[in-house]
Design a protein around this ligand. Structure first.
Ligand SMILES: [Zn+2]
Length: 203
């Protein structure tokens, strides 16, 4: 069953990986799609801190008026998400991602950059904000596209990992790069339970 999207665990340690993780058990019979509507996408973006309450409200209103454009915007967001998964999962397996997928990341980054601008903050740093009209239904994935492109440009000091059970992606921050599961309290426990049962059956 799809979880309440606002309480979906964020174990990726990166917004783009968490976005990729809005499908559980991808490619398996028990796959669960957590982003089943544009509203779910807005709720996820809000919970991830990538969208203000006002923006979410305006986008929700705009989306209600145009089902066809809303469906197309959701499709584009999901295409980016699957691209992030393809690139992230191949990197997690120490392989080179397919060129077409990298080209899609590049295109999404350019599309996002066309709307990004830097504004100074009180603390003297600069923060990106978005030039967007309430009718820019692609707004939710722009920060995800930029964040993923920067992850590729400046690979983290820690390697990317992929959970062997649910296929969620994460940055492995363990000191000896030993993280195997998305979260030890979830898939790791299930796997340990399975191993335990298999061991006991084989006795
Ligand atoms: Zn997992």
């Amino acid at each position: 069953m799809a979880k309440d999207i606002t309480t979906l665990e964020r174990v990726g340690a990166h917004p783009a990986l968490d976005f990729a993780n809005t499908v559980s058990w991808r490619g398996q019979a028990r796959a669960v799609e957590h982003l089943r509507s544009y509203d779910a996408l807005l709720a996820w973006s809000r919970a991830a801190g990538l969208l203000s309450q006002g923006e979410a409200r305006r986008l929700r209103r705009a989306s209600a008026h145009d089902k066809r454009r809303t469906a197309a915007a959701l499709r584009r967001a999901l295409t980016l998400r699957e691209t992030i998964f393809v690139v992230g999962s191949t990197l997690a397996r120490d392989s080179l991602p397919p060129r077409a997928a990298v080209a899609r990341v590049h295109a999404a980054r350019l599309a996002a950059l066309a709307h990004a601008r830097l504004v100074p903050t009180a603390r003297g740093a600069w923060t990106p904000t978005w030039n967007s009209a309430p009718s820019d239904l692609d707004r939710p994935w722009w920060p995800v596209a930029l964040a993923f492109a920067s992850l590729l440009e400046q690979p983290p000091r820690y390697p990317l990992g992929i959970c062997p059970d649910c296929s969620w992606l994460f940055i492995d921050r363990t000191r000896n790069r030993s993280r195997r599961w998305c979260s030890s309290g979830d898939c790791g426990n299930r796997a340990r339970g399975r191993r335990f049962r298999v061991r006991h059956r084989s006795r």
